[in-house]
Every structure is written in C-alpha cells, then in structure tokens.
Design a binder for this molecule. Structure first.
Ligand code: SAH
Length: 351
C-alpha cells in the first residue's frame, strides 16, 4: 500500500519531467487520488505554469449567442427536446454591443458560444469579421459545435482565431451513452482534426463525473489530450439539469476536477486551461482552487443580462457575481488575493 502510494508521487514527478503515460498508467493514477496526492500534483502543476506564464491569468469575455440547438445531448439543458428551455438568439448588433462593453472592461478575447444553429454560418462569419474589424487587437474564439469542414474554413477566413469543441469523452462507447443516435464520436473527432488542420487554435475538453464515466474513460481523455496536443482544454464537473434525461444523476466531484486540471497542466505545460463556471458553481471558491491547481484562464460572462439565465446548460449555473464580466474588479481582487494577476491581453498560447 505504502509502496503504491509512493509510486503515484513518482509518477507525478515523471509526468512533470515530460514523460507520457499509457492509458493504464493514467487510470492507476486517477484511482490513486488522495488529498495528499492531489495537493502534490497541484503544487508541481503550479510551478510548471509559473515557469511559462508567471502568475498571469487570462480573461475571455464569454458571449452566449443563443440557446437554440439542433442537437439533443442527454446532459445538456439547451438540448433540442427540452421544451422547458426558453429560447433566444442574439442579433449581430447585440453581440457587437457586448464586445464594446467587454473591450472597455479590458477583455481582448471574445468567445462566441451557443447551441448549434443558433446563428447561421453567414451570420457567424459576418459577426466575426465585424468584431475583427472593430477590434483588430482582439482574438475571437468560437464554440458553436459541429460543422462541415467547409463551414469551419469560412469561419476561419472570416477571421476567427480559435475554436473550442470539447470532445466530451475520448471513449466511443461512452460517447454513445451521452448522445442520441444521430450524433457520433467519429464526427466529433473529425471536427477537431479539421479545426486544427485549418489553422484554428483548437481546444478540446470534457465533463468530470458525467454519467457512465469511469477511471478508464478519464484515462483515455488524458491520453487523448497528450496525443491531440490541443492549445486549450475546458474541463468542469458535470452538473445535472433537471429537465434532461440525466437530471437525476449526481454531479461530478470538485476534488477530482482539480486533480485532473493539475494532470492536464503536467501533460501539456503550456496549455491554456480555464477554471470553468461549472467549477465555480459547485464550490464557492472553485475558480480560485482551479487556478491554484494549474488553471490560467477564466471566462467571465459578457452576455446580455436579460438572456443569461436562459443559457441554462445545468441547474444553478452562475452568471452573476464574479462570473459576470461587469464584476471584473471583484474577480481581479480575488485572483490577486491568491497570488495571481488578471491581465489585459489576448492571452495566446506561449510556444
Ligand atoms: N454547442 C456547443 C457548445 C456546447 S455548451 C458545442 O457543442 O460545443 C459547452 C459545454 O458545456 C459542452 O461542451 C459541455 O461539455 C458542457 N455542458 C453541457 N451540459 C453540461 C452539464 N449538464 N454539466 C456540465 N457541463 C455541461
């Protein structure tokens, strides 16, 4: 037992030295998590991050462009079949107003996220090119789901810099349990590879504690990150939304999310790693804990206040307080209190 524990600490050291593990080694590590091991991983992940990014924490203004969605993911509150979801789609001018407000606050990256089909591809391209024209010093990230390669090329040519598409799970069987028959693991992977190939700075990611997830599927997620080599990775705990098929499942663990953040930082030292809203929703100081565990990005909400509650991916999703772009001063203070610094910058990956 003692030997096994010591081994896990050594495996963390090996990861920090740049060694890649295989799926079974990741699985053993995930199963070996204790508060001590997680604390150790967080300390080393923090050191690794400081070497590359210092204490800088990048901010992204998150604009939830609409919750209309053609997909029906079993976990998601804005899935097509959720008749309780009050739908909205932002007009182009509204998105530009969000950017104007965000720019004044100090945001230099805008993230347009939404349900699939909430905006037409034409509208996405028009909006992106307008944002890039008005704010040439800003980056635009899209997080709008699955499209054809041609559509992604159009979005890229319109000026979008980055694309976030969580892979959700790197296990094909697990993917099938989280999504209806019309959606496929292969297409999700096709999208990720196309995005990278087209030239987007690409992000993947997954929920921690999603239904039917195991230490093995999580290990596959870590191995996938090592192999795919994304620039960004969004992870946060699964949180049930009561009107979805997964409404009765329990939420993922904050502790495990923090441990995985540290492991991802070690697997890819220069990755851009957000402390997500879901983490902040489950734990009052979740975001601060995430930063301490290795995260270096936060994405405050810049959506119009009147629509925010409608983008209900899961129950009790935070969108006010320090999750709100308008409360940036509060966020700066809380990040400063734990020894880091919110900076006004595009926050590109350091290669
Ligand atoms: N349509 C876009 C954006 C989806 S919402 C896309 O497909 O990429 C962004 C992310 O929220 C999803 O990728 C998913 O990982 C996460 N999410 C959805 N429902 C959730 C839930 N119930 N709990 C936690 N995270 C959830």
């Amino acid at each position: 037992m003692l030997q096994a524990m010591n081994d896990s600490f050594k495996v963390i050291d090996a990861l920090a030295d740049g060694e890649k593990l295989d799926v079974l080694q990741y699985q053993t590590l995930i199963e070996a998590m204790t508060p001590e091991l997680a604390g150790y991983a967080a300390d080393i992940a923090d050191k690794v991050r400081r070497k590359i990014y210092g204490t800088d924490v990048y901010i992204r203004g998150l604009i939830e462009v609409g919750n209309v969605c053609r997909n029906d993911c079993f976990y998601c509150g804005i899935r097509k079949s959720n008749s309780m979801c009050e739908r909205y789609a932002l007009a182009n001018e509204t998105i530009l107003n969000c950017c104007a407000e965000g720019y004044k606050l100090g945001f230099r990256t805008f993230v347009m996220q939404g349900g699939e089909g909430a905006m037409s591809v034409d509208a996405v391209c028009d909006t992106v090119s307008q944002i890039k024209r008005e704010y040439p010093d800003c980056a635009v990230t899209l997080s709008l789901g699955e499209y054809s390669r041609d559509d992604y090329v159009r979005m890229f040519n319109a000026g979008a810099d980055r694309y976030l598409l969580r892979h959700e799970t790197a296990d094909k069987e697990h993917y099938r349990k989280l999504h209806p028959a019309g959606m496929s693991f292969d297409n999700r992977m096709r999208c990720l590879h196309d995005l990278k190939d087209i030239g987007f700075r690409t992000g993947c990611g997954f929920m921690v504690g999603s239904p039917f997830q195991t230490s093995f599927t999580l290990a596959e997620d870590l191995a996938f990150i090592g192999k795919f080599d994304p620039d960004m990775c969004g992870i946060g705990p699964f949180i049930p939304q009561k009107d979805t098929p997964f409404g009765k499942f329990s939420a993922g663990s904050v502790q495990q999310t923090l441990f995985l953040l540290s492991l991802i930082r070690l697997i890819k030292p220069n990755i851009l790693l957000p402390a997500t809203t879901a983490l902040g929703t489950l734990s009052p100081n979740g975001r601060e804990l995430g930063i301490k565990a290795g995260a270096n990005v936060v994405m405050p909400n810049l959506s119009p206040l009147s629509e925010r509650r409608k983008y209900a991916l899961y129950d009790n999703k935070l969108s006010t307080g320090t999750e709100s772009a308008q409360s940036l001063a509060l966020l700066k203070e809380s990040v400063k209190n734990i020894g880091y610094k919110i900076v006004t910058a595009r926050g590109d990956i350091k290669k």
